[in-house]
Design a protein around this ligand. Sequence first.
Ligand SMILES: *Cc1c(COP(=O)(O)O)cnc(C)c1O
Length: 405
Amino acid sequence: MAGFDDLRESLETRKSDHLYRTRRVISSAQTPQQTVSGRKVLSFCSNDYLGLANHPDVKNAFISAVEEYGVGSGASHLVNGHSELHHQLELALAEFTGRDRAVLFSTGYMANLGAISALVSKGDTVIEDRWNHASLIDAGLNSGASFKRYQHNDMASLERQLTSAGSGRKLIVADGVFSMDGDLAPLNEVSLLAEEYNAYLMVDDAHGLGTLGETGAGVAEHFGLDQDKLPVLMGTLGKAFGTFGAFVAGSEEVVETLIQHARTYIYTTALPPAVAAATLASLNIVRNERSRREHLTQLIRRFKSGVDAIGFCLMSSETAIQPIVIGSESLVLEISRKLESRGLLITAIRPPTVPKGTSRLRVTLSASHTLQQLDVLLTALSDIYNELSANQKAELTCELSPNRR
Ligand SMILES: *Cc1c(COP(=O)(O)O)cnc(C)c1O
């Protein structure tokens, strides 16, 4: 074993399959103009949808809180790491989402693992959309409950799984906005089925929170789903909120169950209190600066009509996540490298994150992009499309079967 030859072999296979991933080193703030390996680029792959990660109010709130509270929280929430700032943020998030209570988690991944394991166990059934985020899939598989998946956004398929579930507790889990595709779950219909079959409903709103709904309160607000209709609402703070961490909001019983039983809540250090202070500042901006969402909507419209005119295929998304479907792993890498050589940073998303043959450029738009920056991207995409050979154009995939995973 000493030489790790088997590990080297499997890494080499990953390379020859065009699936090897590498990290870029960023030496500037999370803004559209970034410095990557010493070079200035224009980035379209951040989840900082509202441009808050580098906002002066958010930075100042963070810095002032560090002056008062220091950096580390020192312990888990149930020992002595639960600060006044964490507490204020939980109250504010509960009010913002229209729920009785909210509880903070250190990451979205941990929130999903902890919540699902605390809400269901052996004898219960968890039913998930096939396209759910990896953290939700892992959470379902690890929960001890019977794990079922339904075809993406397919209510007949969901109903079949509900009908065949055992007699224990049933938990339906879906992304609000699907992270690699950008489309929404039909949550009104999902919640009606949940009610009909006496199942709990949990939604992960990592990408809707801040960007959707009149006040930015996400898919729950967008679809008008109150706590009764959508009892377990999970949101992340590292995306549109521009900070870090996550929360689950719901009734007293749901939230207190997580505090008592979610192992990823109990056995981990609380977020730095300054992250909570910074998040309170970004929550203020999310609520009050509707113009950020309006500008984002304008960018999305312009991007979609621009790409349609070029000939590349988009997915049916109205959100800030606008993947361009390419198909093969090698072609998506080639296009992403061409974009990079023109100073544009867009990540190529490949298996296993998405199914084989559906590799894509995951373009994400942010309220911090200008219309001019968007036009730079559209011009580059048009040039690159025109440089493709006839064979490469024929190879581009447009139709994606909804049941491809
Ligand atoms: C990003 C993301 C997560 C994980 O959140 P982190 O705070 O980054 O761990 C969970 N679910 C979805 C849908 C996500 O996009």
